[in-house]
Design a protein around this ligand. Structure first.
Ligand SMILES: Cc1ncc(C[n+]2csc(CCOP(=O)(O)OP(=O)(O)O)c2C)c(N)n1
Ligand SMILES: [Mg+2]
Length: 343
């Protein structure tokens, strides 16, 4: 793990409003996920559910360097990405509970949500499948001649998949504007990085294809932001892909059915006590006198209200009608830039 930065080191160059935004956005993800965990326990969420708790600084830090038009795609551990790019808590929670008001009308669930409006392309259950898809999204932007960047998130386990390296090769060859974000939370289900590879510095593998990259402290939202700025500038300048290996940690199990026998409680507790990303920003806000305990309490309440309302919305939304089984199978309209062929 990268050394903990001091408050002054990482607080330089950040405004009060930015810090407050990061605090709010990370807290929303955490409280939303805690609520999802509760609803799962109550039997209101079926199927798979992979919580992101602990990793919030990764997506919040990187979203802070995006602009309109940038795209994001990730794995099944996707609720944080959706909230951070501005998708509504109501729509995500209703999808988790399989209701009509959800982003996929209740037909997709936790791992299969999309938002064209927010340029969020899923939600993918096959490990690493989103990596070539992310390069494809970046290819489309390059083809259309704009300066959008695609953020392609995947895990340390996914980094051992062959398709990642085929994608690296093509992405560099074609100078695609894609930031490959390896969320290294140190485990792939119950297998630690050390048990799965001798080459544990995952970003370094890009060198074989000529792709630059770096390792980042993923428990420090400002460190993530700084690395994200560099990566995105590289891509927008037409210099091709960039790899960010973001060192993070998930506090909860792999999914809701994880027996958690592969690590000790002490290991998890130590991360929570010493490296929690939300606590870190809270400290910066208080020590920098940007906010009082009262201000932060008011934000906590605001977030709690949003999350409670999303759970109510989800419970009240009806299940999808049976006829919905036959809708949303083929696209009715063509993507931007596509030319209609005569049949
Ligand atoms: C191709 C494929 N192989 C195996 C699985 C089962 N599986 C689901 S998640 C996972 C671990 C992936 O770990 P990592 O990439 O580190 O992501 P994390 O869950 O830590 O976010 C595995 C093996 C799968 N879904 N797809
Ligand atoms: Mg992992």
């Amino acid at each position: 793990m990268v050394k903990k930065p001091t408050a002054t080191e990482s607080a330089s160059n950040v405004s009060k409003d930015e810090l407050l935004k990061y605090y709010r956005d990370m807290l929303l993800i955490r409280r939303f996920e805690e609520k999802a965990g509760q609803l799962y326990g109550m039997g209101l969420i079926g199927g798979f559910c992979h919580l992101y708790i602990g990793q919030e600084a990764v997506v919040v830090g990187l979203e802070s360097v995006t602009k309109e038009g940038d795209k994001r795609i990730t794995s099944y551990r996707d609720h944080g990405h959706m909230l951070a790019c501005g998708m509504s808590a109501n729509g995500v929670m209703a999808e988790l509970t399989g209701r009509e008001g959800g982003y996929s009308k209740g037909k997709g669930g936790s791992m299969h949500m999309f938002s064209r409006e927010k340029h969020f392309y899923g939600g993918h259950g096959i490990v690493a499948a989103q990596v070539p898809l992310g390069a494809g999204l970046a290819f489309a932007d390059k083809y259309l001649g704009n300066d959008n960047v695609t953020f392609t998130y995947f895990g340390d386990g996914a980094a051992n998949q062959g398709q990642v390296y085929e994608t690296y090769n093509m992405a560099e060859l074609w100078s695609l504007p894609v930031v490959f974000v390896i969320e290294n939370n140190q485990y792939a289900m119950g297998t630690s990085v050390k048990r799965s590879t001798r080459s544990t510095t995952l970003f370094g593998r890009g060198a074989a294809f000529g792709i630059q990259g770096e390792q980042v402290d993923g428990m420090d939202v400002l460190a993530v932001r700084a690395a994200g700025e560099k990566a995105v500038a590289h891509c927008r300048a037409g210099k091709g892909p960039y790899i960010l290996e973001v060192m993070t940690y998930r506090y909860r199990g792999h999914s809701m059915s994880d027996p958690a026998k592969y690590r000790t409680r002490e290991e998890v507790q130590k991360m929570r006590d010493e490296r929690d990303a939300i606590e870190h920003v809270r400290d910066l806000l208080l020590t920098g006198k940007h906010a009082t305990e009262e201000d932060l309490k008011a934000i906590d309440k605001e977030i709690k209200d949003i999350v409670n309302e999303s759970a109510e919305f989800a419970k009240e939304s009806p299940e999808p009608a049976l006829e919905e089984l036959w809708t949303d199978i083929y696209a009715d309209d063509l993507p931007q830039g596509a030319v209609k062929q005569n049949a």
